[in-house]
Design a protein around this ligand. Structure first.
Ligand code: AMP
Length: 115
């Protein structure tokens, strides 16, 4: 856990944000500035700065993030209508928090290409 990381603090309960899911590896909570009717962030509970920091050893973690996203999409009732998973990496992509996070977006038609 990184002392100055807001997503570490949320994922580990130091900031009291309601979690929509948690297990030993993954935590999920609603985005504070939702861009769609469903906008959930899934994060590893351990600090990982982002995609560029991933290694082969993170395979099980990535599988857990994606399967949890699929389960949450079913729970949110958007599995059939469709949803998008987004991981921003670096400034041009708009990454603002340096802790790996998957955006789960759905509940409306999402434009393509993204802005
Ligand atoms: P990104 O731009 O991909 O780094 O996404 C960071 C996301 O974190 C943005 O969509 C923010 O709205 C969201 N965010 C930042 N702080 C919080 C917070 N305290 N609780 C929930 N979501 C947050």
């Amino acid at each position: 856990m990184a002392d100055d990381c807001i997503f570490c603090k949320i994922a580990n309960g130091q900031i009291p944000v309601p979690l929509v899911y948690q297990d030993e590896r993954v935590a999920a909570f609603r985005d504070i500035n939702p861009q769609a009717p469903t906008h959930i962030l899934l994060v590893p509970r351990a600090h990982v700065t982002g995609v560029p920091a991933l290694t082969d050893a993170d395979g099980p973690l990535l599988a857990a993030l994606l399967t949890t996203a699929a389960a949450l999409a079913r729970q949110e009732g958007i599995a059939e209508s469709g949803y998008r998973l987004v991981i921003n990496a670096g400034p041009d992509a708009g990454q603002t928090v340096d802790h790996l996070h998957v955006h789960l977006l759905g509940g409306r038609a999402l434009g393509w290409p993204p802005g």
